[in-house]
Design a protein around this ligand. Structure first.
Ligand SMILES: [Zn+2]
Ligand SMILES: [Zn+2]
Length: 276
C-alpha cells in the first residue's frame, strides 16, 4: 500500500520557526523512505516587522532563507542525487503590498527555486499565528478568503496554493470550519481559479489542534474535485524531523475516497504525477 511517499512542504532552521538543521531533516526523510522531498523555506516578506514586539522573533524573521539557504540546499541536493529526489523550493507569504510582490519576483529571479508554494499567513502584515483578528467569523474569514483569491493573481511564478484554511489554526471561534454553506461562493471562486490557472492545490497535514485531518479538510477537497480539480499535492509542513510525511496514509486514503488517483509534484516548471 505504501507506494511512493512524497512531502512537498517542509521547513528547517533556515525558516524562522524551523527547529532542525536541513541536513538532519533530509537524513530522516531518507531513512523513512521518502521518494520525493521538497524543501520550502519561509520567505515572509509579508510580515510587517515593526509590529513584532518579540526581538528574537523579529531577528529570526529578518535572517531567514536567502543566499545561505539556497547555497546549502543546492549542495545537499547534489549529495542526494540518486538516493532521494530533493526539490529546493520556497514558500512565499503573499501580501497585497506591491513592494512585497516585487521582492518575491526579485528573489525568484535571483535564486530560481525548483518550485514555489504561495501561501497566505498574514492580513495587513499580521500573521494569524501571532495576532488575534477582531470581528466575527464571517468578517474575518471573508477577508481571509478574499486575500487568498487575490493571491492567486500574484505576479511572480508559483506552483502550489498553500494550505487554504490556515487561519482556522489560530482563531477562537467555536466552530472554526470553513463551511461550504457559509463560504461556498468564495471557495468555489478560489477553486475554479486554481483550476483555470493550472495550479496545484496543497493538502497540508499540519492541522495541529483542529479536528480535521488536513488543511483544506475533506469537504473542501471534495468540492474541488467536483469542480474538476485534479491537481493536488501532499505537504506535512514539518518544522522538525518527527513530523515529516505526518498523516500520510490516512490522508492518501481520504483523497482516494474522494476520487483522486494521483499527486502532482512541480519541479522546475514541469509536473510529475505520482500514482496514489
Ligand atoms: Zn505556510
Ligand atoms: Zn510552511
Amino acid at each position: 500500500m505504501k507506494k511512493f511517499i512524497v512531502d512537498m512542504h517542509t521547513h528547517s532552521a533556515f525558516s524562522h520557526d524551523g527547529r532542525a538543521e536541513l541536513k538532519d531533516m533530509l537524513a530522516t526523510a531518507q531513512k523513512m523512505g521518502v521518494a520525493f522531498y521538497g524543501v520550502s523555506e519561509h520567505h515572509d516578506f509579508d510580515v510587517q516587522l515593526d509590529l513584532i514586539v518579540n526581538e528574537d522573533l523579529r531577528a529570526r524573521l529578518q535572517a531567514q532563507a536567502g543566499e545561505a539557504y539556497f547555497h546549502t540546499a543546492r549542495h545537499l541536493q547534489e549529495d542526494y542525487e540518486g538516493v532521494m529526489n530533493v526539490a529546493v523550493g520556497a514558500e512565499f507569504g503573499f501580501s497585497d503590498d506591491e513592494s512585497v510582490k516585487a521582492r518575491y519576483l526579485a528573489e525568484y529571479e535571483k535564486f530560481r527555486p525548483d518550485y514555489v508554494i504561495n501561501s497566505v499567513h498574514t492580513m495587513d502584515g499580521k500573521d494569524f499565528a501571532y495576532f488575534q483578528f477582531d470581528g466575527d467569523k464571517k468578517t474575518v474569514y471573508s477577508a481571509y478568503l478574499s486575500l487568498i483569491r487575490r493571491s492567486l493573481d500574484a505576479p511572480y511564478p508559483y506552483d502550489i496554493v498553500g494550505h487554504i484554511g490556515y487561519a482556522a489554526r489560530y482563531v477562537s471561534f467555536e466552530n472554526v470550519d470553513f463551511d461550504l454553506d457559509e463560504f461556498g461562493e468564495q471557495l468555489d471562486d478560489i477553486f475554479r481559479t486554481v483550476i483555470a490557472k493550472g495550479k496545484i492545490l496543497e493538502v497540508n497535514t499540519a492541522s495541529k489542534q483542529l479536528k480535521q485531518r488536513s488543511i483544506p479538510d475533506k469537504p473542501l477537497l471534495k468540492r474541488y474535485y467536483e469542480l474538476g480539480g485534479r491537481k493536488i499535492c501532499f505537504g506535512s509542513d514539518a518544522h522538525f524531523p518527527e513530523r515529516i510525511a505526518d498523516k500520510w496514509e490516512e490522508t492518501i486514503a481520504a483523497l482516494k475516497e474522494i476520487g483522486f488517483t494521483y499527486l502532482t509534484l512541480p519541479f522546475r516548471g514541469e509536473e510529475i504525477q505520482i500514482e496514489i
